[in-house]
Structures are given as structure tokens and as C-alpha cells.
Design a protein around this ligand. Structure first.
Ligand code: PAF
Length: 279
């Protein structure tokens, strides 16, 4: 496994692999790797000849400076984990390497960025677009792997791929959960024991909600989920939304065609967690 810090090193190595007709699988991450990330790496390894993982805490996607400051950074451990999975390339650049000058590009993701995370975290998806497009330009993957916990992010990245004409397949991968049901997230390490235990109530509620469809109306169900989660003194709902899984259009009636997904953002103390369940 090669651990590289500069764009040029990655570009040269990828050039070599491309000349050898090797397919490139890419897993972009912000590090603090957990089993969710590792499942993406395994999927990339199964589907591609060469697996590249980037580790870069991207400042442009944080709308809250405190969140950026406390984001966990565990590079040494991450590299060890990736080594044990036999990953081929780890790209761990500095901020200066990715943004030698500020990125002033403004993406227009239209409706997709107007709901849920887009509405609650202004500028977040613009930052995701900036960094993922820069990483795609360096790594030039055939396939890129993303976890479905960030459901809206996948829709945004697919739209960016369409707008910028990248020939890259975006592969969504299932959420990996802790034994308690809590969706794996780098932010879970920031939870104290009590909040971590109680955060399992989020997915338990989503599972119960699934059984209440379609007998319970859409609005009623959103209210039920909100009340059920807020009943737990360690948790506070930021939003509950039920959207079409492709268009992210807010569902008004269960009879509407298409797959639906319930998405939530919940504060466990100061830590903001997101989760979803596809119906
Ligand atoms: O999902 C993430 O960890 C980040 O948003 C990503 C895709 C690595 C971009 O910084």
C-alpha cells in the first residue's frame, strides 16, 4: 500500500495503472475510519483492480467552525486499518495541496440542495461538490463508493457527475450499524457513553415507523417519529422528512409512485447524527 500526500504522486501512479488498463475504485473519506468505511473499501476491492482511499477533512463543507475543529482525526490508525485491508493507495493531502487558492466555484444543485441537510447546513453541499470534483480530477476513478447514511449526498454527487460530465459510476453502499442499531459514523466517537447508548433509539424508532406504513398518514408518521425520539431526554430531533428516494421530493401521500425513504437529523447532546430507512 502506498501512502501519498501530493496530487502529482497520485496522478502519476494512476496514469501508470490506467496504461495497464486497470480499473480504479475510489472511496473518498474524511478519515476516522469505521466499519462503514471499511465496507466501502471491501466493495471497491471486489469491483475494481485498484482501490484508492482519500483521507481529507474538507474545510469547505463545514458550515460550523466548531464542528470542523472537533471532527475526529486518527490518521495513523486509519492507515493501519487500510493496510490490513490491503488497500492500494491512500491519498492524505494537506488543505494547501487540495486548495492552493480558495475554491470560488458555486454549484447549483437546485431542488436537491433545498431540503434536509441542504436546508439545515447552508453551503455544505457546495463544499462537498468542490472537494469531490477536485478528488475525482486527481484520482479519475471508474467507480466511486459512498455510504447510504449520507443519502442526500449521494443524490448531490450523482447530479454533480451529470453536470460536469464525469464518466464515473456512483455506487451507493448499505449503512453499516453498531450492534445497538446506531448507524456507524465518525462522529459516534464524540458521543459520551450515555448519549451513545440512547442514540440507538433513533434507528429503533425508524424500524417501528416502517411497520406503521401505510396505515398511518405521512404527516402523522413524521409527527409520531418526532415525538417518539424527543421523548428520549438525550435526543432532540432537528428534522424528520419522508422523501422520494430518487428525486428527494417530499412525499405527501403513500400512494405516490416510487421508493420512499425516511430521513432524520437528531442532536444527541451537541453531536448531530443523521440516519435513514428506505421503505
Ligand atoms: O461523506 C464524507 O465523508 C464526505 O462528505 C466526503 C464525501 C469524503 C467529502 O469530503
Amino acid at each position: 500500500m502506498q501512502v501519498l500526500n501530493t496530487k502529482n504522486e497520485v496522478i502519476n501512479l494512476i496514469d501508470k495503472f490506467k496504461k495497464e488498463q486497470k480499473t480504479i475504485g475510489f472511496v473518498p473519506t474524511m478519515g476516522a475510519l469505521h466499519e462503514g468505511h471499511l465496507s466501502l473499501v471491501e466493495e471497491a476491492k471486489k469491483n475494481c483492480d485498484v482501490t484508492v482511499v482519500s483521507i481529507f477533512v474538507n474545510p469547505t463543507q463545514f458550515n460550523d467552525p466548531e464542528d470542523l475543529k472537533r471532527y475526529p482525526r486518527t490518521l495513523e490508525n486509519d492507515v493501519e486499518l487500510l493496510h490490513s485491508l490491503d488497500c492500494d493507495i491512500v491519498f492524505a493531502p494537506s488543505v494547501q495541496e487540495i486548495y492552493p487558492e480558495p475554491d470560488t466555484r458555486k454549484f447549483n444543485f437546485g431542488y436537491l440542495e433545498s431540503v434536509m441537510e441542504g436546508a439545515k447546513r447552508p453551503g455544505h453541499f457546495n463544499g462537498v461538490g468542490q472537494v469531490v470534483s477536485r478528488l475525482f480530477d486527481i484520482v479519475r476513478p471508474d467507480k466511486a463508493f459512498f455510504g447510504m447514511k449520507d443519502f442526500q449526498q449521494i443524490a448531490i454527487i450523482k447530479e454533480m457527475v451529470r453536470q460536469l460530465h464525469y464518466d464515473i459510476e456512483i455506487v451507493p453502499c448499505p449503512i453499516v450499524r453498531e450492534e445497538s442499531g446506531l448507524a456507524r459514523s465518525s462522529r459516534n466517537t464524540l458521543l459520551d457513553e450515555e448519549h451513545r447508548k440512547n442514540a440507538a433509539h433513533i434507528y429503533a424508532t425508524l424500524k417501528k415507523a416502517h411497520y406503521l406504513v401505510p396505515e398511518t398518514g405521512v404527516e402523522q408518521l413524521k409527527q409520531w417519529i418526532t415525538d417518539e425520539i424527543n421523548d428520549n431526554p438525550f435526543l432532540e430531533v432537528e428534522y424528520v422528512e419522508i422523501v422520494d428516494s430518487e428525486t428527494l421530493k417530499v412525499v405527501k401521500d403513500w400512494n405516490e409512485p416510487g421508493k420512499k425513504v425516511i430521513c432524520v437529523a437528531v442532536y444527541a447532546g451537541k453531536i448531530r447524527l443523521i440516519d435513514n430507512i428506505v421503505l
